[in-house]
Design a protein around this ligand. Structure first.
Ligand SMILES: Nc1nc2c(ncn2[C@@H]2O[C@H](COP(=O)(O)OP(=O)(O)OP(=O)(O)O)[C@@H](O)[C@H]2O)c(=O)[nH]1
Ligand SMILES: [Mg+2]
Length: 311
Protein backbone atom coordinates (compact mmCIF):
# COMPACT_ATOMS: atom_id res chain seq x y z
CA UNK A 1 0.00 0.00 0.00
CA UNK A 2 1.43 3.39 -0.87
CA UNK A 3 1.52 5.97 1.90
CA UNK A 4 -1.26 8.00 0.26
CA UNK A 5 -3.72 5.16 0.90
CA UNK A 6 -2.93 4.65 4.57
CA UNK A 7 -5.70 5.40 7.06
CA UNK A 8 -5.42 8.61 9.05
CA UNK A 9 -7.66 11.12 10.76
CA UNK A 10 -8.77 12.90 13.91
CA UNK A 11 -9.86 11.07 17.04
CA UNK A 12 -11.30 12.97 20.01
CA UNK A 13 -10.72 11.55 23.49
CA UNK A 14 -13.70 12.58 25.59
CA UNK A 15 -15.36 11.67 28.87
CA UNK A 16 -15.85 12.74 32.44
CA UNK A 17 -12.97 14.45 34.23
CA UNK A 18 -10.24 12.15 35.59
CA UNK A 19 -11.14 9.04 33.51
CA UNK A 20 -7.63 8.91 31.96
CA UNK A 21 -7.94 10.70 28.60
CA UNK A 22 -4.59 12.48 28.83
CA UNK A 23 -2.85 9.42 30.27
CA UNK A 24 -4.10 7.32 27.36
CA UNK A 25 -2.97 9.84 24.75
CA UNK A 26 0.49 10.11 26.32
CA UNK A 27 0.74 6.31 26.55
CA UNK A 28 -0.01 5.81 22.86
CA UNK A 29 2.30 8.69 21.83
CA UNK A 30 5.04 7.39 24.11
CA UNK A 31 5.72 10.99 25.19
CA UNK A 32 4.05 13.15 27.81
CA UNK A 33 2.45 15.98 25.85
CA UNK A 34 -0.65 16.48 28.02
CA UNK A 35 -0.40 16.79 31.77
CA UNK A 36 -2.26 14.22 33.87
CA UNK A 37 -2.91 14.34 37.61
CA UNK A 38 -4.90 12.49 40.24
CA UNK A 39 -7.33 15.44 40.38
CA UNK A 40 -10.30 16.06 38.06
CA UNK A 41 -10.35 19.02 35.64
CA UNK A 42 -6.67 18.84 34.88
CA UNK A 43 -6.88 19.42 31.12
CA UNK A 44 -8.18 22.87 30.17
CA UNK A 45 -7.46 23.12 26.43
CA UNK A 46 -7.80 20.88 23.44
CA UNK A 47 -4.40 19.36 22.74
CA UNK A 48 -3.36 17.64 19.53
CA UNK A 49 -1.12 14.58 19.80
CA UNK A 50 -0.03 12.88 16.57
CA UNK A 51 1.13 9.29 16.40
CA UNK A 52 2.49 8.07 13.07
CA UNK A 53 2.96 4.39 12.25
CA UNK A 54 4.97 4.49 9.00
CA UNK A 55 3.48 1.19 7.78
CA UNK A 56 0.00 1.52 9.28
CA UNK A 57 -1.21 5.11 9.22
CA UNK A 58 -1.54 8.19 11.41
CA UNK A 59 -3.78 8.92 14.39
CA UNK A 60 -4.31 12.58 15.29
CA UNK A 61 -5.64 12.51 18.84
CA UNK A 62 -7.49 15.46 20.32
CA UNK A 63 -7.24 15.38 24.09
CA UNK A 64 -10.06 17.39 25.66
CA UNK A 65 -11.16 18.70 29.08
CA UNK A 66 -13.55 16.51 31.08
CA UNK A 67 -17.26 16.95 30.34
CA UNK A 68 -19.18 17.78 33.51
CA UNK A 69 -21.99 19.87 34.92
CA UNK A 70 -21.04 23.06 36.74
CA UNK A 71 -22.24 26.59 37.28
CA UNK A 72 -18.73 28.01 37.41
CA UNK A 73 -17.56 29.97 34.38
CA UNK A 74 -14.20 28.22 33.97
CA UNK A 75 -15.77 24.77 34.29
CA UNK A 76 -18.53 25.54 31.81
CA UNK A 77 -15.88 26.72 29.37
CA UNK A 78 -14.03 23.41 29.79
CA UNK A 79 -17.11 21.36 28.91
CA UNK A 80 -17.82 23.65 25.94
CA UNK A 81 -14.26 23.15 24.67
CA UNK A 82 -14.65 19.38 24.89
CA UNK A 83 -17.98 19.39 23.06
CA UNK A 84 -16.70 21.71 20.32
CA UNK A 85 -13.88 19.24 19.65
CA UNK A 86 -16.47 16.74 18.44
CA UNK A 87 -17.38 18.86 15.46
CA UNK A 88 -14.43 18.10 13.20
CA UNK A 89 -13.28 14.59 14.06
CA UNK A 90 -13.58 11.24 12.32
CA UNK A 91 -14.09 9.25 15.50
CA UNK A 92 -14.82 9.78 19.18
CA UNK A 93 -13.35 7.62 21.92
CA UNK A 94 -15.62 7.88 24.94
CA UNK A 95 -13.55 6.95 27.99
CA UNK A 96 -15.15 5.74 31.18
CA UNK A 97 -13.60 4.90 34.54
CA UNK A 98 -14.34 1.19 35.05
CA UNK A 99 -13.75 0.96 38.82
CA UNK A 100 -15.89 4.03 39.42
CA UNK A 101 -18.85 2.56 37.56
CA UNK A 102 -18.38 -0.95 38.99
CA UNK A 103 -18.44 0.49 42.50
CA UNK A 104 -21.36 2.85 41.88
CA UNK A 105 -24.52 2.70 43.97
CA UNK A 106 -27.15 5.40 44.23
CA UNK A 107 -28.68 6.50 47.54
CA UNK A 108 -31.11 3.61 47.56
CA UNK A 109 -28.27 1.14 46.98
CA UNK A 110 -29.10 0.48 43.32
CA UNK A 111 -26.21 -0.07 40.95
CA UNK A 112 -26.12 1.22 37.37
CA UNK A 113 -24.73 4.23 35.59
CA UNK A 114 -23.79 7.26 37.68
CA UNK A 115 -25.78 10.37 36.69
CA UNK A 116 -22.55 12.16 35.69
CA UNK A 117 -21.94 9.41 33.13
CA UNK A 118 -25.48 9.73 31.80
CA UNK A 119 -24.84 13.47 31.41
CA UNK A 120 -21.81 12.76 29.20
CA UNK A 121 -23.74 10.20 27.16
CA UNK A 122 -26.58 12.63 26.55
CA UNK A 123 -24.11 15.21 25.26
CA UNK A 124 -22.46 12.66 22.99
CA UNK A 125 -25.79 11.45 21.64
CA UNK A 126 -26.38 14.91 20.16
CA UNK A 127 -23.43 14.39 17.74
CA UNK A 128 -23.32 12.33 14.60
CA UNK A 129 -19.67 11.17 14.75
CA UNK A 130 -19.18 7.42 15.29
CA UNK A 131 -18.02 6.55 18.80
CA UNK A 132 -15.97 3.79 20.40
CA UNK A 133 -16.45 3.03 24.10
CA UNK A 134 -13.13 2.79 25.98
CA UNK A 135 -13.49 1.18 29.39
CA UNK A 136 -10.34 2.39 31.15
CA UNK A 137 -8.49 1.49 34.37
CA UNK A 138 -9.32 -2.22 34.16
CA UNK A 139 -6.13 -2.85 36.14
CA UNK A 140 -8.09 -1.52 39.14
CA UNK A 141 -11.00 -3.94 38.72
CA UNK A 142 -10.12 -7.11 40.58
CA UNK A 143 -13.11 -9.18 39.54
CA UNK A 144 -13.04 -8.96 35.73
CA UNK A 145 -16.46 -10.64 35.54
CA UNK A 146 -17.90 -7.37 36.84
CA UNK A 147 -16.87 -5.69 33.60
CA UNK A 148 -19.50 -7.57 31.62
CA UNK A 149 -22.64 -6.05 33.19
CA UNK A 150 -20.88 -2.67 33.16
CA UNK A 151 -20.28 -2.90 29.41
CA UNK A 152 -23.82 -4.17 28.86
CA UNK A 153 -25.27 -1.21 30.74
CA UNK A 154 -23.18 1.30 28.83
CA UNK A 155 -23.79 -0.15 25.38
CA UNK A 156 -27.53 -0.25 26.09
CA UNK A 157 -27.48 3.42 27.07
CA UNK A 158 -25.29 4.64 24.19
CA UNK A 159 -24.61 3.97 20.53
CA UNK A 160 -21.08 2.56 20.03
CA UNK A 161 -19.32 1.00 17.06
CA UNK A 162 -16.94 -0.96 19.29
CA UNK A 163 -16.00 -1.48 22.94
CA UNK A 164 -12.43 -1.81 24.26
CA UNK A 165 -11.63 -2.49 27.92
CA UNK A 166 -8.03 -1.38 28.58
CA UNK A 167 -5.56 0.20 30.94
CA UNK A 168 -3.86 3.46 30.00
CA UNK A 169 -1.50 2.85 32.89
CA UNK A 170 -0.28 -0.69 32.20
CA UNK A 171 -0.74 -0.65 28.43
CA UNK A 172 -3.05 -3.67 28.46
CA UNK A 173 -5.18 -3.81 25.28
CA UNK A 174 -3.91 -0.49 23.89
CA UNK A 175 -2.85 -2.14 20.60
CA UNK A 176 -6.38 -3.41 20.19
CA UNK A 177 -7.72 0.14 20.50
CA UNK A 178 -5.21 1.39 17.90
CA UNK A 179 -6.36 -1.30 15.45
CA UNK A 180 -10.00 -0.47 16.04
CA UNK A 181 -9.32 3.23 15.52
CA UNK A 182 -7.60 2.54 12.20
CA UNK A 183 -10.69 0.61 11.11
CA UNK A 184 -12.71 3.83 11.39
CA UNK A 185 -10.34 6.28 9.69
CA UNK A 186 -10.47 7.26 6.01
CA UNK A 187 -7.70 6.02 3.72
CA UNK A 188 -6.35 9.43 2.89
CA UNK A 189 -2.63 9.34 3.68
CA UNK A 190 -0.97 11.32 6.46
CA UNK A 191 -2.65 14.53 7.59
CA UNK A 192 0.54 15.87 9.19
CA UNK A 193 4.25 15.33 8.51
CA UNK A 194 5.29 12.00 10.09
CA UNK A 195 7.54 13.68 12.68
CA UNK A 196 4.79 15.99 13.99
CA UNK A 197 3.99 15.44 17.68
CA UNK A 198 1.70 18.25 18.80
CA UNK A 199 0.34 21.65 17.80
CA UNK A 200 1.23 23.09 21.17
CA UNK A 201 4.19 25.43 21.47
CA UNK A 202 7.05 24.90 23.90
CA UNK A 203 5.80 27.76 26.08
CA UNK A 204 2.44 26.02 26.54
CA UNK A 205 4.13 22.76 27.50
CA UNK A 206 6.35 24.60 29.99
CA UNK A 207 3.40 26.32 31.67
CA UNK A 208 1.43 23.07 31.79
CA UNK A 209 4.24 21.07 33.37
CA UNK A 210 4.41 23.64 36.17
CA UNK A 211 0.61 23.54 36.60
CA UNK A 212 0.78 19.74 36.81
CA UNK A 213 3.11 19.98 39.80
CA UNK A 214 0.96 22.63 41.48
CA UNK A 215 -2.13 20.46 41.02
CA UNK A 216 -0.44 17.38 42.45
CA UNK A 217 1.19 19.19 45.35
CA UNK A 218 -1.78 21.26 46.58
CA UNK A 219 -5.26 20.38 47.80
CA UNK A 220 -8.89 21.47 48.19
CA UNK A 221 -9.69 24.49 46.01
CA UNK A 222 -6.09 25.55 45.33
CA UNK A 223 -5.42 23.34 42.24
CA UNK A 224 -8.50 24.85 40.56
CA UNK A 225 -7.51 28.44 41.32
CA UNK A 226 -4.20 28.22 39.52
CA UNK A 227 -3.22 29.36 36.04
CA UNK A 228 0.38 29.37 34.87
CA UNK A 229 1.89 31.78 32.36
CA UNK A 230 5.37 31.71 30.86
CA UNK A 231 7.07 35.11 31.05
CA UNK A 232 10.43 34.09 29.60
CA UNK A 233 11.42 31.16 27.44
CA UNK A 234 14.99 31.41 26.23
CA UNK A 235 16.38 28.45 24.30
CA UNK A 236 19.65 29.60 22.77
CA UNK A 237 20.99 26.79 20.56
CA UNK A 238 24.56 27.82 21.46
CA UNK A 239 23.89 27.14 25.14
CA UNK A 240 23.04 23.82 26.76
CA UNK A 241 20.45 25.25 29.14
CA UNK A 242 16.90 26.55 28.57
CA UNK A 243 15.91 29.51 30.75
CA UNK A 244 12.26 29.59 31.73
CA UNK A 245 10.42 32.01 34.03
CA UNK A 246 6.77 31.41 34.93
CA UNK A 247 4.09 33.22 36.88
CA UNK A 248 1.69 31.11 38.91
CA UNK A 249 -1.58 33.06 39.18
CA UNK A 250 -3.85 32.36 42.13
CA UNK A 251 -7.13 33.95 43.22
CA UNK A 252 -6.40 34.86 46.84
CA UNK A 253 -3.56 35.85 49.17
CA UNK A 254 -4.09 32.72 51.27
CA UNK A 255 -3.55 30.54 48.20
CA UNK A 256 -0.33 32.37 47.45
CA UNK A 257 0.89 31.50 50.94
CA UNK A 258 -0.07 27.84 50.48
CA UNK A 259 1.79 27.56 47.20
CA UNK A 260 4.92 29.22 48.55
CA UNK A 261 4.77 27.14 51.73
CA UNK A 262 6.80 27.49 54.93
CA UNK A 263 10.12 29.11 54.07
CA UNK A 264 9.33 28.69 50.35
CA UNK A 265 9.45 24.92 50.68
CA UNK A 266 6.45 24.00 48.57
CA UNK A 267 7.29 26.36 45.72
CA UNK A 268 10.76 24.88 45.67
CA UNK A 269 9.34 21.35 45.42
CA UNK A 270 6.96 22.44 42.65
CA UNK A 271 9.86 23.96 40.71
CA UNK A 272 12.01 20.89 41.22
CA UNK A 273 9.29 18.51 40.01
CA UNK A 274 8.51 20.66 36.96
CA UNK A 275 12.18 21.08 36.06
CA UNK A 276 12.68 17.32 36.02
CA UNK A 277 9.75 16.80 33.65
CA UNK A 278 10.79 19.71 31.44
CA UNK A 279 14.35 18.39 31.12
CA UNK A 280 12.94 15.02 30.09
CA UNK A 281 10.72 16.65 27.47
CA UNK A 282 13.25 19.08 26.01
CA UNK A 283 16.27 16.79 26.39
CA UNK A 284 18.22 19.73 27.75
CA UNK A 285 19.06 21.26 31.11
CA UNK A 286 16.40 23.69 32.36
CA UNK A 287 16.79 26.71 34.60
CA UNK A 288 13.33 27.46 36.00
CA UNK A 289 12.22 30.55 37.92
CA UNK A 290 8.77 30.70 39.53
CA UNK A 291 6.75 33.67 40.77
CA UNK A 292 3.32 33.67 42.43
CA UNK A 293 0.86 36.47 41.76
CA UNK A 294 -2.70 37.11 43.02
CA UNK A 295 -5.30 37.77 40.33
CA UNK A 296 -8.60 38.07 42.24
CA UNK A 297 -11.45 35.90 40.89
CA UNK A 298 -9.71 35.18 37.58
CA UNK A 299 -11.79 32.01 37.09
CA UNK A 300 -14.85 34.22 36.53
CA UNK A 301 -13.11 36.84 34.37
CA UNK A 302 -13.81 36.60 30.61
CA UNK A 303 -10.65 38.57 29.76
CA UNK A 304 -8.39 36.33 31.82
CA UNK A 305 -10.03 33.14 30.57
CA UNK A 306 -9.55 34.13 26.95
CA UNK A 307 -5.94 35.15 27.62
CA UNK A 308 -5.33 31.51 28.56
CA UNK A 309 -7.45 30.27 25.67
CA UNK A 310 -9.86 28.69 28.16
CA UNK A 311 -12.91 30.17 26.42
N1 LIG B 1 -4.98 2.62 37.79
C1 LIG B 1 -5.10 3.35 36.69
N2 LIG B 1 -5.05 4.70 36.79
C2 LIG B 1 -5.18 5.41 35.66
C3 LIG B 1 -5.37 4.83 34.39
N3 LIG B 1 -5.47 5.82 33.48
C4 LIG B 1 -5.34 6.98 34.15
N4 LIG B 1 -5.15 6.76 35.46
C5 LIG B 1 -4.99 7.76 36.52
O1 LIG B 1 -6.16 8.54 36.60
C6 LIG B 1 -5.85 9.90 36.95
C7 LIG B 1 -6.44 10.84 35.94
O2 LIG B 1 -5.78 10.70 34.70
P1 LIG B 1 -5.84 11.84 33.59
O3 LIG B 1 -5.17 11.29 32.39
O4 LIG B 1 -5.37 13.13 34.12
O5 LIG B 1 -7.41 11.92 33.34
P2 LIG B 1 -8.21 12.89 32.35
O6 LIG B 1 -9.39 12.13 31.86
O7 LIG B 1 -7.29 13.45 31.33
O8 LIG B 1 -8.69 14.02 33.34
P3 LIG B 1 -9.13 15.56 33.03
O9 LIG B 1 -8.05 16.19 32.23
O10 LIG B 1 -9.26 16.14 34.39
O11 LIG B 1 -10.45 15.50 32.32
C8 LIG B 1 -4.32 9.96 37.03
O12 LIG B 1 -3.94 9.84 38.38
C9 LIG B 1 -3.87 8.75 36.22
O13 LIG B 1 -2.63 8.22 36.63
C10 LIG B 1 -5.43 3.38 34.33
O14 LIG B 1 -5.63 2.75 33.28
N5 LIG B 1 -5.31 2.72 35.51
MG1 LIG C 1 -6.78 15.36 30.88
Amino acid sequence: MSQSNLPSGFVALVGQPNVGKSTLMNAILGVKVAIATSKPQTTRNRILGVQTYPEKGQICFIDTPGIHRSSKRLNRALTDTALRSLDDVDLVCHLVDAPRIVGYQDKSGDTGLPPEERFVMQRLAQREVPAVLVVNKIDKVEDKLKLLPLIEGLTEAGDYEDVVPLSALTGENQDKLVDIIFGHLPEQGFVFPPDMLTDRAERFIAAEFVREQVMEQTHNEVPYSVAVEVETFRDDPRRDVIEIAVVIHVERDGQKGIIIGKGGKRLKAIGKGARKELEKFFGKQVYLETFVRVEPRWTESPGFLSRFDYE
